[in-house]
Write a protein that binds this ligand. Sequence first.
Ligand SMILES: C[S@@+](CC[C@H](N)C(=O)[O-])C[C@H]1O[C@@H](n2cnc3c(N)ncnc32)[C@H](O)[C@@H]1O
Length: 334
Amino acid sequence: MELPAPLRLAVDRFLHDTPLAELQRAAATLSARYRAELRDGRLHLDDAPAVKAYLAARMPATYAAVRASMAMVAHARPSFSPATLLDLGAGPGTVLWAATDCWPGLGEATLVEASAAARVAGSELARGLASASVRWVAADVTRTDAALSPADLVTLSYVLDELDPSAIGPLVERLWALARDTLVVVEPGTPAGWTRILAVRAALIGLGAHVAAPCPHDRPCPLAAPDWCHFSRRVARSRLHRLTKEGDVPWEDEKFIFVAVSRRAAEPYAARVIAPPRQAKGMAALKLCGADGEAGIRTLTKREGDDYRIARRLDWGDSSSLELRPGPTERSRD
Ligand SMILES: C[S@@+](CC[C@H](N)C(=O)[O-])C[C@H]1O[C@@H](n2cnc3c(N)ncnc32)[C@H](O)[C@@H]1O
């Protein structure tokens, strides 16, 4: 996956006169802060060099994660077409770009961000986005003093890990109250990110929300540590991205996890593939999370005919008509 062309061009324009050494230094600092999940009272993106490093080194990956999460939501809720977006901790506007790509009917977006440097970069980039009218709000998302209006789609992407854990519960309640239809929360696909998403998911179900994706059920998550649920997207690295990260490989794999909940239940489906499928000659093994709230491996062989052929086509993250434990009535729907 790559950034959409207008965003790539806008990022290149924004960074064109920044010395590479400055980007590399700031990217190394940013990466160390993220890896340590440092919470020292400073925003990670609190100055222009950090924001520029984010644009070069992180935005392509967070875009890929958010866009992939939204694709799963759109698949689960094909009739959902948000006209308004409220994005909290917007950074340089990653979610805005992903949302307008996924739902071209989006007309109005409110982006809440505490860092002035991130707002400056995000407003500059969004000048290249013709489709939606965008309002930036300078506010701390953990405080309730900013008056925010409800929106069809409310989002929080790669923000929870920057917040004091005690702030997360009240924030999630507020986000749900502001979501007219759907709320999407995305985190890094690490065990810590998954643990945060599990807590958010449980709180939202307790508030009456229906899980739209990735889980095909509203029951407790069947996975237990050291296992954890996450997905992955391969991200093409531009030349600047490679140079900033001082890496040779032309791509990287972004691991992410998310939960999307809606006021309306999604169309039911049998299961989701929650790990990379394994294939050998005449065999496919899928790790599935099922609509009954159970997870496990289903191994299919050629003897299973159509189901085997469906299994061979499924990828990590896909929803599927194949059940974890097929009953006599399972019929292929893919
Ligand atoms: C890792 S960036 C993610 C940016 C964007 N959502 C994305 O997915 O690419 C986290 C953003 O949340 C912002 N942020 C962190 N804590 C915040 C708070 N309490 N109030 C408002 N924004 C906050 C940071 O300034 C930063 O821009």
